[in-house]
Design a protein around this ligand. Structure first.
Ligand SMILES: Cc1cc2nc3c(=O)[nH]c(=O)nc-3n(C[C@H](O)[C@H](O)[C@H](O)COP(=O)(O)O)c2cc1C
Length: 426
């Protein structure tokens, strides 16, 4: 089991406070290549997100790109000098070779129609195309152009050629409004989506061929057409787990209670509302013999209670109104734990408490009563709605305090545990 080391950069001496959440791309060397599209300004946000996750980012601009965003902006964001011309740096060597061979990943965002044409034909007429031709690391290309340019047979031919060559991963473009006000396929994919693919390209593919089912968010239990019983779960922890599992190569089914969170790329989302509908969706994803998934992570805050009846009309505020009683909802995880034969699927549950003294004991009792393999113990006040959490992993073998960390980092560490356990079960 993973344990927090005293010199872990995310923790202080007590192993508790978040000092630095930038770990998903810590130490990774990324060259961000920007070409002359109106969407070049979005590359600034992408650079910022990469830096925020700990990457060492170098930026290479085409001459046209400098018409849209200045080098000073990128060097300000990344803290590194920006490269524009192959021959300007000739005195210090071949910059295209240095940049590409010293990178763990190249991201070309935005990629213009013209740049796609040059990549498809193997041109090396500027620093960006020369870098791409030279690179042996993964390359992500995010096109951006007017929909007419994207739909043109020449662009489609170039994209197809790049796909067939298999040296780059194409991300986007997205459908929507472009700078001219026209609507169609051609917008640069959002920086957060490009970032998802960057993290995926640099993540171990240790969940490939695995099906991971994650439940997330609250369930809402209707009382009448306008009222419901709910809870404060935002869904962020479950969505982070689903995203991280997808980045590590898993096929992911995310069964989500009502939340406004966007679906992570490469994740199949099933929206549900009540505990009963979540239960049906989970059994459907797992199969009646529970052999449809390798891992189930129950991160949802499933309501323990529901209204014993749902009124078809709004309950009136008057002394004669019969206020509905509460009925107990099924304990979905306990049901699945009781039904499981052997170790498939691996079962991971969450225990949330409001009393820190009772937290670990409650997690340990859930571990045995629900027949699960791991319980992630967390406190409501440090978990609900926040981007960070403070968790302890509780297994039969012991406890491991992960301390305070971003939900995305914690998701990654919970999945480290799952990968190790899946390996043990083989
Ligand atoms: C205002 C303006 C916006 C442009 N936006 C795009 C664009 O979004 N996508 C594109 O493929 N080309 C766009 N172009 C055309 C490219 O800048 C042009 O094809 C250029 O040669 C691309 O060079 P590069 O790929 O080396 O950066 C735009 C041109 C101008 C003047």
């Amino acid at each position: 089991m993973t344990s927090v080391k005293p010199n872990d950069p995310r923790t202080d001496t007590e192993g508790e406070r978040l000092v630095n959440a930038a770990t998903r791309l810590l130490g990774r060397r990324i060259t961000l290549c920007v070409s002359g599209s109106i969407a070049a300004y979005k590359a600034c946000e992408l650079a910022r997100l990469l830096v925020k996750l700990g990457a060492k980012v170098n930026v290479a601009l085409t001459r046209s790109a400098t018409q849209f965003v200045g080098a000073a902006t990128f060097s300000g964001i990344t803290g590194n000098p920006v490269s524009i011309e192959m021959f300007e740096d000739a005195a210090v060597g071949e910059s295209h070779i240095t940049l590409s061979t010293q990178s763990d990943l190249l991201v070309i965002a935005p990629a213009t129609a013209d740049l796609l044409a040059r990549l498809a034909t193997g041109r090396a007429d500027n620093l960006v195309t020369a870098c791409a031709l030279c690179a042996r690391c993964p390359i992500i290309v995010a096109p951006a152009m007017h929909p007419s340019m994207w739909e043109h047979p020449a662009t489609q031919r170039n994209i197809e050629q790049l796909r067939v060559d298999g040296r780059v991963k194409i991300v986007g473009p997205a459908r929507g409004e472009v700078a001219s006000g026209d609507v169609g396929l051609g917008r640069l994919e959002e920086p957060e989506i490009i970032l998802h693919h960057v993290v995926a390209a640099l993540s171990p593919q240790d969940l490939k061929m695995r099906h991971v089912v994650v439940s997330a968010g609250p369930t809402l239990e209707d009382m009448d057409p306008v009222r419901f019983l709910g809870n404060r779960s935002s869904g962020k922890m479950g969505f982070a787990l689903a995203q991280c599992a997808a980045q590590r190569g898993a096929r992911v089914t995310l069964v989500a209670g009502p939340t406004h969170l966007p679906t992570p790329p490469d994740v199949t989302r099933v929206d549900v509302r009540s505990a009963l509908s979540m239960r049906s969706a989970l059994w459907e994803a797992l199969g009646s013999k529970l052999d449809g998934a390798d891992v189930l992570i129950m991160a949802a805050a499933v309501s323990d209670f529901r209204s014993s009846e749902i009124q078809t009309e709004k309950l009136k505020r008057n002394p004669n109104t019969k206020i509905p009683q509460l009925a107990m909802n099924p304990d979905i995880l306990a049901e699945i734990g009781a039904e499981r034969r052997g170790s498939v699927p691996l079962l991971i549950g969450f225990a949330v408490e409001t009393n820190s003294d009772a937290l670990i004991a409650s997690a340990r009792s859930k571990l045995s009563s629900k027949h699960v393999d791991l319980v992630v113990a967390n406190l409501a006040e440090k978990a609900f709605g926040l981007d960070e959490n403070h968790v302890t992993l509780v297994t039969k073998a012991g406890e491991s305090k992960l301390g305070v960390d971003s939900k995305s980092n914690l998701a990654s560490r919970i999945l480290d545990w799952a990968v190790a356990s899946l390996g043990d079960a083989r």
